[in-house]
Design a protein around this ligand. Sequence first.
Ligand code: DAH
Length: 346
Amino acid sequence: MDLAQLTRDLESLAEETAAALAAAANVAAVEALEVDVLGKKGRLTGVLRGIGALPPEDRPKVGAIANRVRNDIESQIAERRTGLGSAELDARLRTETIDVTMPGRPIRRGSLHPSLESMAEIARIFGQFGFVTYESPEVETDENNFQLLNIPTDHPARDLWDTLYVDIPGHLLRTHTSPGQIHLMRSVKPPIRALLPGRCFRYEAIDASHGSEFFQVEGLMVDEGTTLGDLRGLLEAFAHAMFGAGKRTRFRPGYYPFTEPSVAFDVECLVCGGPGCPACGRSGWMTILGAGMVHPVVLRNCGLDPERYQGFAFGMGPERIAMLRHRITDLRLFLENDLRFLGQFR
Ligand code: DAH
């Protein structure tokens, strides 16, 4: 190996590369050539391996030629790549077209289930009065669901709740959200202003107005000096926000073991406001919740002194409220997950 031979090898590599570049049909071919000639294991490196065999004074000369050849090849490659690239782009632009006037594909939008939507609205309204939302378990103890709420074992008041039991002794599927009151009063110090929304379960024959699975929203306020008047005012404000300002409301006496006194809370019928109506029977009133002053026994069960603290509680059915707001007549629709029904609440 001598200087002249190496120089010839470099020159012929340059010529061959130039010819191959001119023949390259596309960018991919240029890139393959680049690897082949200039790559780590490429032909240029192969030729330069011969440098070691030259006398030391010749080596810089070959180095200078090799650099020139490399620079030449690099700039030719760059030029060819750009040229071919824009030709390819032009070809694509000519053949591929995007019709920007075509209508887009519609994005299917989901919606909240009407039960959840009503619960969100209930939480929003009570939130304005400082009520905070909590969760409590769906599988409850008999103690929390009944006994601590002043409903002793074997008491006839249990007949108000047809219960589904689970195969853990002493446990059941909660029949109402009221046991959440027990959890709360045992873990949070008054003042308490809480909402407890959640799913409830009852052993019911299913028909247009009864379900075995439904939601309730429990409300609880406990503080010093809380009165029935506070409950009345709060519920009236709620009814006005939910059903329309100026709607008349009323308290009727009711019975629940965990409140004393107990009331039912009615709102003037939304559909007719008078006798003969399909929504309210013929009374002109719709009952939307049960409520009352928390029974002293319940307060004491939770370690609160009824001489110091008073509270009120209420329990409402968001499905019932959704039925009234949207004029839905059959409770079964809430559980069937029929998109023709659910899609109407956007
Ligand atoms: N838990 C009752 C039910 O399931 C509803 C209820 C009534 C809740 C009065 C209350 C209340 O907190 O004070 O029928």
